[in-house]
Design a protein around this ligand. Sequence first.
Ligand SMILES: CC(C)(COP(=O)(O)OP(=O)(O)OC[C@H]1O[C@@H](n2cnc3c(N)ncnc32)[C@H](O)[C@@H]1OP(=O)(O)O)[C@@H](O)C(=O)NCCC(=O)NCCS
Length: 373
Amino acid sequence: MAEEIYSPGLEGVIAGETAISTIAGGLQYRGYSVESLADHCSFEEVAFLVLEGELPQANQLAAFRDQLNDAMFINSEIVETLGKLPESSSMMDVMRTGVSMLAHWDPETGDNSHEANLRKSIRLLAQLPVVMAARERLRKGKKPIEPDAELSLAGNVLWQLFGEKPTESFARAMDVSLILYAEHEYNASTFTSRVVASTLSDLHSAIAAAIGALKGPLHGGANERVLEVLQEVGSSERAAKWVREALDNKRRIMGFGHRVYKTGDPRAVYLKTLCAELAVGRSEFEDMEQIAETIEQAVTSEKGLPPNLDWPSARLYHYMDIPVDLYTPLFVVSRVVGWSAHVIEQHDNNRLIRPRARYNGKSERTWLPISER
Ligand SMILES: CC(C)(COP(=O)(O)OP(=O)(O)OC[C@H]1O[C@@H](n2cnc3c(N)ncnc32)[C@H](O)[C@@H]1OP(=O)(O)O)[C@@H](O)C(=O)NCCC(=O)NCCS
């Protein structure tokens, strides 16, 4: 029997091994710093790297793009159902339902072999933006837009949402945000996907469960609440007072703090520069940059909490006019890469994940007949 170790929230616990990414000494995907990947690669190259373990050669990237383009369409029954979901359905619930529906039409849903898992991952990567954009348009009474094989995955996200070819700077900003969100070791949703995969359940089930975990405001859901903070503060002058009051009231300020990055999230640092670039020349957004900076300084000096990736990504998406409730679904569109890689790694070398609990309930009780309780 192994030594009994207990850490609430599994904080600091090594719960498994992975060759996909590490956060020790900065975030690295397969040994490459996330900054160097964001500087030089497209999201498609990074997705290939995370899934396959190596950066693609030119012919491999072309083949990967072809696979994505071939899969970038969803069955008409799925589109129809997306249009019929209640108006009140949250977009994250739509994404979860989307994955569940895609499983019914995927030709290899029940095949957990390495090769089938890879093919399914690529199909999901191609299909999830289509699900998100189709639902977004349908709920606004518009017709879904077919993906354009000439555009990148990031470009297609914007094209299918807005029906206009994205500017180069918007397509690049979306691409970078997808790269930064793609993978992050044993976070709550990834761990969820591995727990599901470890029962030898299938990839689609693991991804649907991971979406459920990502939805929560302490995880992916935070990026949708960040804009509320910026709007509530409203001006740089109010920032310091607002932060002090929020902290005095024990309020959690969304977009700050992290379970493992205690001195700063490198992804947030990287994306902040891109936010500032996108805001240039648009006074309303330049003001928002100022407000964000003042809040950042106040939270850091009052509580020593640095921003996480959700802090700048919310602004970035706002500057691209993306509806707030698509911020976490965009996280899904990207993180499906990391989740899939972890499911594949788990299936390739499986051991059922089944920890123990420390019992703190009552004991040694005597059963009584119902008439005497
Ligand atoms: C991400 C998060 C859950 C990590 O939390 P954690 O590792 O469990 O940290 P703890 O909850 O132990 O917090 C440590 C201290 O910092 C405070 N704290 C942490 N994040 C905070 C935040 N965003 N705003 C205000 N206070 C915060 C806690 O209240 C606690 O204060 P105390 O010691 O005075 O009681 C937490 O930082 C958080 O809720 N952030 C906001 C949501 C968010 O942005 N999530 C996205 C993560 S990528």
